[in-house]
Ligand binder design. Structure first.
Ligand code: GTB
Length: 214
């Protein structure tokens, strides 16, 4: 049975690959699993059929047989646990890779999301100019320690894993900010992720849906 994921009918990023379905597509490509995509509009996301799948009316979701789940991290963990290629087989190494998945989503991504909120959602508020440097410093604090931990390694803990997939995906959100370029090894790490054939296929698949009409 081929899994079905949901994605934006048209992503607001116009095909930059920043919406979270790209992470799920990437995971599926890494394990060689073909998939169907059901595109949903912002209105359809809030309708009962989709809300039954996703309690917060968002994308992505994942359905396969009797499994219907939401939350990108949970989806990627499920894919990694049911197929080879995204988590080490050895138990201790597997636990460490899962820890990096959580670190990407729970420790590194929150301050990065704050930057989007500060710049886009609250960009016109009077306190933004004062808040922005604090938000940037919180991101730098995380990036500095991540950079120190990675040093000159190719991936976070041995072979490429779902932890790297999520960390690279989270860091990619910083591309436009220029912050990533302050950490040479992190910029190279993200570039390595983007060069993976599975990432390229995932990116192209979302681009085919989201690219602005010529
Ligand atoms: N914690 C959930 C997960 O990880 O799956 C968060 C899911 C989520 O934020 N989904 C967003 C969504 O459905 C799309 S990915 N939003 C619609 C809504 O809430 O009504 C977030 C996203 C959206 C757009 C861009 N962009 O344009 O750059 C980037 C990221």
């Amino acid at each position: 049975m081929i899994p079905t994921i949901t994605a934006f009918e048209r992503s607001p990023d116009g095909g930059k690959g920043l919406a979270r379905d790209t992470r799920v597509r990437w995971a599926l490509e890494e394990v060689g699993q073909s998939y169907d995509t059901r595109l949903v509009s912002f209105a359809a996301m809030k309708e009962p059929a989709h809300m039954a799948l996703h309690p917060f009316g968002q994308i992505p979701t994942f359905e396969e047989g009797g499994v219907a789940i939401f939350e990108t991290g949970a989806i990627i963990l499920h894919i990694a646990q049911t197929r080879d290629g995204l988590l080490p087989k050895e138990a201790d190494a597997r636990a460490r890779a899962v820890a990096w998945m959580f670190a990407a989503l729970n420790t590194v991504e929150p301050p990065i999301l704050d930057l989007t909120i500060a710049r886009i959602v609250e960009g016109d508020r009077p306190w933004t100019a004062e808040r922005l440097p604090l938000v940037l410093d919180r991101i730098r604090a995380r990036l500095g320690l991540l950079s120190f931990r990675l040093r000159d390694a190719e991936w976070l803990d041995g072979a490429f894993s779902a932890g790297d997939l999520l960390m690279v995906s989270v860091l990619l959100r910083l591309r436009m900010s220029g912050l990533l370029d302050e950490y040479e090894n992190l910029a190279a790490y993200v570039a390595r992720g983007e060069q993976r054939p599975a990432y390229r296929r995932a990116f192209e698949a979302q681009l085919a849906v989201n690219a602005p009409a010529a």
